[in-house]
Design a protein around this ligand. Structure first.
Ligand code: NAD
Length: 429
């Protein structure tokens, strides 16, 4: 019997709503029930295939040894090698890594790339660690996981507090053990080490492609489309830049330290420069500062939450006045928020579809590494567009046929693809 991780009894209703594992479970349960998956298949799909815990000794700069705990969870390898990021944070838990690994399985299945799902994490505080300490931690974590990762086994990528440099260290450590350069062991690498053109723009570009498809379905004209974006980082910043270039009006950007508004559309290049010079988007001369706590509830055509999880909850979902919600971030909407969004007729492009441009170009990176031939940027972008447009249609058409919302449809499409692979492969006893 599989031991179910316990939910702490003291969790309030809202805490439960914000718990990523419970959110992942709620979405899974609804989609599995609607598909009529049998109990046995549900057990397989719900349970991670493999969970590795490592205790990583690291020589710190002061000459003392510290031991860090790290995890790698491979939720599914039914459709291909496990795929998913590695995060470094003080509050990493195995429970969270499990939930994020299953999310990756569904995300890869929704865009139909031949990967399963995985996730890794190390409990550490990168803000108080030196570059040297982080490098030693990363290399020992990689060496400890050597038997469990690889181009055909499990392909990590950057996540919270890990980056191109972290991936370069992993690639190097793995390659030294293998005695051969193995670039395809990780994605999100620097271009000079087998990274892909277009990777850093890919998630924002994917958001643009699926939003364009949603506007076509709703018969809205991009030139008259008012967009509000929360988060001006990699995903939000790139989405803003690409949408503005296509003629969308980015009327508002919301950051943790302020929000700006211009009804004629913000000049994203100038705003980026302003933030670089002043450290904030606030007090941008070509816009008005508005209350950042209210900015999410403006009337707009497209709202892109691209900052963090749990932004739209049962507490505030009824206040969202966007026609299209394009979930650039992972888990910005809790299951408790879904009914109010549906009631208000918001067209939701769920996270596992909307932000899957990143993992799609990671797939391209893995493909290019394995064939040793690198595509130009327009090849990458055209292939990304093809996958995002097809996946959008798969989900939205399925939603219409089965009379479910887009999010449930995305999960149903994903679960069915993974279940189908498992049935075809059969259980190897
Ligand atoms: P990032 O750190 O580059 O950007 C996040 C931005 O959000 C930062 O500018 C930060 O200041 C801002 N922010 C943080 N808290 C905020 C708040 N409360 N209100 C407003 N703004 C706030 O991170 P990113 O890579 O852009 O990732 C953003 C989200 O997208 C995360 O949920 C991430 O998991 C998800 N995601 C990222 C990728 C990718 O390729 N980078 C792919 C898929 C999903």
């Amino acid at each position: 019997m599989i031991a179910e991780p316990a939910v702490p009894e003291a969790l309030s209703d809202l805490d439960q709503e914000l718990n990523p594992r419970l959110a992942a479970e709620a979405r899974f349960n609804e989609a599995a029930a609607k598909l009529g998956l049998d109990d046995g298949m549900c057990k397989v799909l719900r349970t991670p295939g493999r969970e590795v815990t490592v205790h990583i000794p690291v020589m710190m700069d002061d000459g003392k040894i510290e031991v860090f705990t790290g995890y790698r969870v491979q939720h599914s390898i039914a459709r291909g090698p496990a795929k998913g990021g590695i995060r470094y944070a003080p509050d990493v838990t195995l429970d969270e890594v499990r939930a994020l690994a299953s999310w990756m399985t569904w995300k890869c299945a929704v865009v139909n790339v031949p990967f399963g799902g995985g996730k890794g994490g190390v409990i550490c505080d990168p803000n108080i660690m030196s570059e040297g300490e982080l490098e030693r931690l990363t290399r020992r974590y990689t060496a400890d996981l050597f038997d469990f990762i690889g181009p055909e086994i499990d392909v990590p990528a950057p996540d919270m507090n890990t980056n191109e440099q972290t991936m370069a260290w992993i690639m190097d450590t793995y390659s030294m053990h293998r005695r051969q350069a193995t670039t395809a062991v990780v994605t999100g690498k620097p271009l000079a080490l087998g990274g892909s053109r277009g990777r850093s723009e890919a998630t924002g570009r994917g958001c643009l492609f699926v939003t364009r498809e949603a506007l076509k379905r709703l018969r809205l004209d991009p030139a008259n489309t008012r967009v509000v974006i929360q988060g001006f980082g990699n995903v939000g910043g790139m989405t803003a830049r690409l949408m503005a270039r296509e003629g969308f009006k980015i009327v508002s950007i919301i950051e943790w330290d302020g929000a700006v508004f211009n009804e004629n559309g913000l000049d994203i290049t100038a705003l980026t420069k302003h933030r670089k010079e002043t450290g904030s988007i606030a007090e941008f001369p070509e816009a008005t500062d508005i209350d950042r706590n209210e900015a999410l509830y403006q009337v707009c055509d497209v709202l892109v939450p691209a900052a963090k999880e749990n932004v739209i909850t049962s507490q505030n979902a009824h206040r969202i006045r966007a026609k299209v919600l394009c979930e650039g971030a992972n888990g910005p909407t809790t299951p408790g928020a879904d009914p109010a969004l549906a009631e208000n007729g918001v067209f939701v492009i769920p996270d596992i579809l909307a932000n899957a441009g990143g993992v799609t170009v990671s797939y391209f990176e893995w493909v290019q590494d394995r064939m040793g031939y690198f595509w130009n940027e327009s090849d990458v972008n055209n292939r990304l567009q093809e996958i995002m447009v097809t996946s959008f249609a798969d989900v939205v058409d399925f939603a219409a046929q089965r009379k479910v919302n887009n999010r449930t449809a995305a999960y149903m499409v994903a679960l069915e693809r993974v279940a189908h692979a498992i049935r075809l492969r059969g259980l190897y006893a």
